[in-house]
Write a protein that binds this ligand. Structure first.
Ligand SMILES: Nc1nc2c(c(=O)[nH]1)N[C@H]1C(S)=C(S)[C@@H](COP(=O)(O)O)O[C@H]1N2
Ligand SMILES: [Mo]
Length: 277
C-alpha cells in the first residue's frame, strides 16, 4: 500500500532517498533544540564555551555544531519545496458516480443551514467556525481524479471545492504563530499533522502536513457538477487523490492540528496510517 513514490530525487540529493517531510521536520526540531541548548550552555559557560565551539572540527569552514543546524534547515526547506507528485487527471467525460461507500459518522440527519466546520488553531484552545459560504468564497478548483478504495475498486470522479492549502493560507490556523505558513518561519511553527472528524466524531482521519498542503487536497462541495449529496459527504468532504478512499472523510465536522499522528479509524483497524498509493 505504501509503494515508493516515483519522484526522482533532486540532483544534490541523488544518493539519499527523499524522506517524508514529517520525519525531516521532526529531525530539524530535535536538532535545533539540541543545538540551541548547546549554544545556550556555551553562552552560560562564557569564553570557555565559545572556545569549545570554535575548537570543534569544521565542516566546510563552519564549526560542526553550527553546520548541523544549517544542514537541518537546508533539508527542511528542501522538504517544503520538493517536487510535488500529482495524481493523474482525466477527461470530464470519464467521470462517474462512485458507489456510496461507508456511513460511519453519517447516521444522523444534518441540517446544512446550521452545519459549521469547527477548526481548532494549532496550539490553542480557540475554535473558529466556518460556513459552507466561507469555503465557497475561496478559489474554486475542479479536478477529475480517481477515487481508489482499499476494497479494490476505483472510479474517476469530477470533484470541485477549495484547496485546503488556500483555506489555511486565508485562515492560518495550522501555525502556532497564527501567521500564514512560511518555510522561513521556525520549523516548529507549522503543525506536522492535521486530524479531521465527522461532527459526531464517529469517523476520523489523520493527515500529514504534506498531504494537507498538497495542491489536490480539496475541501470538496461538488461531485460531478452537483452539490454533494448526504451519502457522499454533504455539505463538505475531503478529497485527496494520492490517498485511498479511507482518508476522504465525508461530512467534515472538525479539524485540529497536532505534533504527533492524530487518531485514524482505519489505522486502528489495522490499515497503513499513511494509506497512500
Ligand atoms: N464519514 C465517512 N467518510 C468516509 C467513509 C465513511 O464510512 N464515513 N468511508 C470512506 C471510504 S472507505 C471511501 S472508499 C470513501 C467513499 O466515498 P463515496 O461514498 O463518496 O464513494 O469515503 C470515505 N469517507
Ligand atoms: Mo474505501
Amino acid at each position: 500500500m505504501s509503494e515508493e513514490s516515483p519522484v526522482p530525487a533532486p540532483a544534490e540529493n541523488s544518493q539519499a532517498p527523499l524522506r517524508p517531510e514529517a520525519e525531516v521536520l521532526a529531525e530539524a526540531r530535535r536538532r535545533s533544540r539540541r543545538s540551541f541548548i548547546g549554544l545556550g550552555l556555551a553562552g552560560l559557560a562564557g569564553l570557555g564555551g565559545w572556545k569549545w565551539l570554535i575548537s570543534q572540527p569544521e565542516d566546510d569552514g563552519i564549526p560542526r555544531p553550527l553546520r548541523q543546524v544549517l544542514d537541518a534547515n537546508g533539508r527542511l526547506s528542501h522538504a517544503y519545496y520538493k517536487q510535488t507528485r500529482l495524481a493523474p487527471e482525466f477527461a470530464r467525460s470519464r467521470a462517474r458516480t462512485p458507489r456510496k461507500n461507508g456511513t460511519y459518522g453519517l447516521k444522523t440527519e444534518l441540517d446544512p443551514a446550521t452545519w459549521r466546520m469547527r477548526v481548532q488553531g494549532y496550539g490553542t484552545d480557540t475554535v473558529q467556525e466556518f460556513t459552507l459560504a466561507d469555503v465557497q468564497a475561496l478559489p474554486k478548483v475542479d479536478m477529475v481524479t480517481e477515487l481508489k478504495c482499499i476494497e479494490g475498486w476505483s472510479v474517476v470522479v469530477h470533484w470541485a471545492g477549495a484547496r485546503l492549502s488556500d483555506f489555511l493560507a486565508k485562515y492560518p490556523l495550522a501555525t502556532r504563530s497564527g501567521y500564514p505558513f512560511d518555510p522561513r518561519n521556525p520549523p516548529a511553527d507549522l503543525a506536522p499533522y492535521a486530524g479531521l472528524a465527522t461532527p459526531d466524531g464517529n469517523y476520523y482521519v489523520g493527515l500529514d502536513m504534506d498531504t494537507v498542503l498538497h495542491p489536490q487536497t480539496l475541501l470538496c462541495y461538488e461531485m460531478n457538477g452537483k452539490p454533494l449529496t448526504p451519502e457522499h459527504g454533504a455539505p463538505l468532504r475531503l478529497v485527496t487523490p494520492l490517498k485511498y478512499g479511507i482518508k476522504h472523510l465525508k461530512r467534515i465536522g472538525t479539524m485540529t492540528f497536532a505534533v504527533a499522528r492524530p487518531k485514524d479509524l482505519w489505522a486502528e483497524m489495522g490499515y497503513d496510517w499513511d494509506s497512500g498509493h
